[in-house]
Design a protein around this ligand. Structure first.
Ligand code: ATP
Length: 587
């Protein structure tokens, strides 16, 4: 197939902004394409050589492409660059200079799609020393044989600037019309695409085996499934109504979504955008290997940054330190992650995407062996809006973004590639910041594990209630302590240890060790939130809820100058909470 046909089609497609016209033009091109080239044409029209998840990019820097254009046209690089300044498009510049290059037509050897694709593929895969020159030579070779119009599109393709505006759905429409017997075939093609993320493969199977072949499309290990996404509502009543009165509510962890494909000891991790991010998370790979029982499986999980000492969840921003290519080993130690599995799509040859969620969840419980750093997403099955609200508050307090409430009906399949009402997220409408530190009383402690074995993992902290002369808990704090603090605190607290909760302490949590309220420490948090677990200001804002400090961190200040009655009061915390709300309303 002559590449000129492709360039002509691109030119026409570029000339329209109407989607229907664009589809028709693409249909024409696909019909002219020989069977064996159909996948390549599909990739090329989107400026690619392979599906995105393969991670192969042609990626030629503009600077290199300028050199190739100069060589192919016999001009100086400066001349090309000057013109590029005027056009702002190296494709156009290349076209212009090739039009002026008449003598080269003597050697003109028409370009075929096969040759263009193979050459681009070689360029994409060239690596190591000398690869720059190799790329320039390959590109120069193509340009030497290209017509001016072909050169324009080749240059745009290699520099990542093709941008014809052909969306995935337009390709599916065009394929349905060209080879599926009409637009109605689109739904079946779309499903095939949603479970394979590979438009080229969909095109190839359609052309080779028709809709029959498309219907046989299966979830495959190594090919990411396009993610199911959630709609959003802002009250538990609305959510339950929309989900038929009942749902599985799960913590919405604030991390990075991961689709893990396990095939024996081989594990691939895909991001929400279906990029292969296996190299970024060797620790998550290990967790998948160790905690997923089946030989072959595909699961989805949220990957969350955790405090290396306490295992508590850390804010999303900390996970961003893991977005790097180098120094991964150090980053793993400094910013370790936990996985929270929330769906399973495939187990040992069985595609589960069309099973209702309760069945998938049952599978998940069977195939996951939970551990400290690998858990199934914390969930609650409920039909009660108040219970749902409490669960929501608890999720926020524990460092999550809110909840994802999931349908449990017969039709609650995994809707690959779709944002629909089978999943509804419940997040807060506001985000606030705590700017002031607070001084809190140490009333209890929890034993540490791992690196913190033998000392405390977290302290239970309380604010002072002046009216009742009691101490009401407001957070569990495990962050901000140095090794020295960790040694010192048990010694410091020893004289205050008592066998049970102190009568002046009001706590719904059961601590491992209780203290007489004596010692005051300074703490800063991310914000103050409603809480079903802490007793501070219980029922004062909302019935059944207290207030808690989210992401609390010890500042390093022991307030030995303060008596417990001088600690931050419950009323102050209440005012801080109300202040936060006011500043949100004002903004
Ligand atoms: P957001 O920015 O709100 O996360 P989004 O467009 O990335 O939105 P949505 O589908 O709207 O994604 O919300 C669900 C997202 O929440 C998932 O993509 C996933 O990363 C994350 N998540 C965390 N915990 C869960 C869970 N238990 N179930 C499903 N998704 C979860």
């Amino acid at each position: 197939m002559r590449y000129q046909l492709v360039a002509d089609a691109y030119e026409k497609i570029e000339g329209t902004t109407k989607r229907l016209e664009m589809t028709d033009l693409l249909v024409d091109l696909l019909k002219k394409t020989p069977k064996e080239l159909i996948d390549k044409i599909v990739y090329l029209t989107q400026g690619k050589l392979y599906p995105d998840f393969m991670g192969v990019e042609i990626g030629v820097a503009e600077k290199l492409a300028v050199r190739a254009v100069a060589k192919a046209t016999g001009r100086g690089e400066k001349e090309i660059l000057d013109d590029l300044k005027k056009t702002g498009d190296l494709g156009e510049t290349a076209q212009k200079f090739l039009e002026k290059r008449l003598q080269a037509l003597l050697f003109y050897k028409p370009l075929t799609v096969e040759v263009v694709y193979q050459t681009l593929d070689k360029m994409a895969k060239a690596s190591g020393p000398g690869s720059m020159d190799q790329k320039i030579n390959l590109l120069t070779g193509l340009l030497t044989n290209a017509t001016p119009k072909e050169a324009k599109y080749i240059i745009r393709t290699v520099t990542g600037k093709l941008r014809l505006g052909i969306a995935d759905m337009t390709v599916l429409d065009a394929l349905a019309i060209a080879y599926g017997g009409g637009k109605e075939a689109r739904a079946e093609l779309e499903r095939a695409y949603n479970i394979s993320s590979d438009l080229g493969k969909v095109a190839r199977v359609l052309v080779e085996s028709g809709l029959e072949g498309i219907r046989k499309f299966k979830v495959s290990l190594g090919e990411p499934i396009r993610p199911m996404l959630a709609e959003r509502l802002s009250s538990p009543e609305e959510i339950l109504e929309k989900l038929g009165g009942k749902c599985i509510a799960e913590y919405k962890y604030d991390g990075e979504r991961i689709q893990a494909h396990k095939d024996g000891s081989r594990v691939i991790l895909f991001s929400r955008r279906l990029e292969n991010i296996t190299g970024q998370y060797p620790d998550a790979v290990e967790l998948i290997r160790n905690h997923l029982k089946p030989e072959k499986a595909i699961i989805e999980a949220e990957c969350v940054a955790v405090d290396p000492d306490t295992g508590e969840m850390r804010p999303f921003q900390e996970l961003m330190h893991r977005r790097r290519k180098y120094g991964i080993k150090e980053a793993i130690e400094e910013y370790p992650v936990s996985l929270f599995a929330f769906d399973v799509l495939y187990v040992d040859g069985k595609d589960l995407t069309l099973e209702p969620y309760p069945i998938r969840h049952e599978f998940l419980e069977k195939i996951v062996e939970e551990g400290d750093r690998f858990k199934i997403a914390h969930y609650l099955i409920t039909d009660n809006p108040e219970e749902l609200e409490r669960f929501f508050q608890e999720a926020i307090e524990n460092g999550c973004e809110g909840l994802v409430c999931k349908a449990v009906s017969e039709d609650s399949i995994y809707q690959a590639g779709a944002r629909g009402w089978l999943w509804i997220k419940y997040k807060r409408d506001y985000k606030s910041e705590m700017t002031d530190t607070v001084d809190l009383v140490v009333v209890g402690a929890f034993h540490g594990r791992g690196k913190r074995a033998g000392t405390y993992g977290a302290l239970l902290l309380a604010a002072y209630n002046k009216e009742n002369d009691t101490f009401e808990t407001v957070c569990k704090c495990g962050s901000g302590f140095t090794d020295e603090d960790l040694k010192k605190i048990p010694e410091m607290m020893k004289p205050h240890e008592i066998a049970h909760r102190h009568p002046r302490v009001n706590s719904a949590l059961e601590a491992d060790v209780w203290f007489e309220p004596k010692v005051v420490i300074e703490v800063i948090g991310a914000e103050i939130t409603l809480s079903p677990t802490h007793t501070c200001a219980m029922d004062r804002i909302r019935k059944g809820s207290g207030l808690a400090i989210r992401f609390p961190r010890f500042t390093g200040n022991y307030r030995l100058d303060k008596a417990p009655e001088d600690a931050t009061t419950v009323d102050e915390i209440l005012e801080m909470y109300k202040g936060q709300l006011k500043s949100i309303e004002a903004s």
